[in-house]
Ligand binder design. Structure first.
Ligand SMILES: NC(=O)c1ccc[n+]([C@@H]2O[C@H](COP(=O)([O-])OP(=O)(O)OC[C@H]3O[C@@H](n4cnc5c(N)ncnc54)[C@H](O)[C@@H]3O)[C@@H](O)[C@H]2O)c1
Length: 272
């Protein structure tokens, strides 16, 4: 049952691929809280057909857009404003993809064209979305824009490869564009740094199951789930967080401030 936290608010949700996606869970919760939105994903992701189920459930229209294409984004933003009958109060950027990770390239043997693609899809596209929205004057005052990040922006993790650089870019864009939109429109821009989460993007990282298990043991509250992340995003879209901006918000059960936990000590303690 919802609490109408987002009643009357309109937005765009990027990145719902299947029912495991953080964006999928977020769409369900935003809908439950009275928000209305357009769903979007890369044209190639549409072919999997799953997003139609979500759209039906949430009474949302789908507008395909490659988040690296300014032309696609211009069409998306203007159509969204038309369909929803007003300017936007929230945007969720829940997009990540690295061809180097996907194709198992070693960090010492990166394909640089692919690396540029990683940076564009997973980082720069966040800037593109906001620049298009600004140019079209498509944002309402006190709106909220969110993207999803990972702690590999600050610390190294084997297997995360060039996605670490993409997340550093993403978080930096949130600060720079947050300053701009704050002054201009009282719009806030933040990233949520989420625990490892079993989704298509997450599971693509080498050794993901070990990662998941380690993070679970290193987090006093345990890993944050996709559903819990969706709850956090709802609050960040609501009017209860109007002065939170230009932050990278840790949503990780305490992982990022734990030195070591008893569970890890127990694991490493010589047996017998
Ligand atoms: N799963 C994790 O462990 C984890 C942890 C922290 C942060 N994140 C971040 O959360 C976000 C959502 O990922 P997820 O875990 O829900 O996985 P997911 O695979 O369900 O979502 C990733 C989405 O990105 C979309 N996408 C890829 N290229 C695109 C393009 N060119 N244009 C538009 N969309 C494109 C995909 O179609 C997909 O819907 C990503 O930014 C990811 O890096 C994930």
């Amino acid at each position: 049952m919802g609490h109408n936290l987002l009643k009357g608010k309109r937005g765009i949700i990027f990145g719902a691929l299947d029912e495991n996606s953080i964006a999928w869970k977020t769409a369900e919760k935003v809908y439950q809280e009275g928000g209305r939105f357009v769903l979007t994903n890369a044209p190639i992701a549409m072919r999997m057909g799953k997003i139609n189920e979500l759209a039906k459930k949430c009474e949302a229209e789908i507008i395909p857009a490659d988040a690296t294409s300014v032309t696609d984004l211009e069409h998306l933003v203007s159509r969204a404003v038309e369909i929803l009958g007003g300017k936007l109060d929230f945007i969720l950027h829940s997009i990540g993809m690295s061809p180097n990770v996907r194709k198992g390239r070693d960090y010492g043997d990166l394909n640089y064209e692919w690396m540029m693609k990683t940076l564009d899809v997973s980082g720069v596209s966040f800037h593109k979305v906001m620049q298009v929205a600004e140019k079209q004057d498509a944002l309402n005052e006190w709106g909220s824009i969110m993207a999803l990040s990972y702690i590999a922006a600050q610390r190294t993790y084997p297997g995360y490869s060039d996605m670490a650089q993409a997340k550093a870019v993403l978080e930096s864009i949130a600060r720079s564009y947050g300053a701009r939109l704050g002054h201009q429109k009282k719009v806030r821009v933040n990233t949520i740094s989420q625990s490892p989460t079993p989704t298509t993007a997450g599971s693509g990282v080498g050794g993901f199951d070990v990662f998941l298990d380690f993070a679970e043991k290193m987090s006093p509250l345990g890993n944050a789930t996709a559903e819990e992340c969706a709850d956090y995003i709802v609050i960040m879209f609501s009017d209860y967080t109007r002065k939170v901006t230009m932050q990278n918000l840790m949503h990780d059960g305490g992982f990022s401030t734990s030195g070591i936990t008893q569970a890890i000590v127990d694991d490493l303690m010589p047996k017998g």
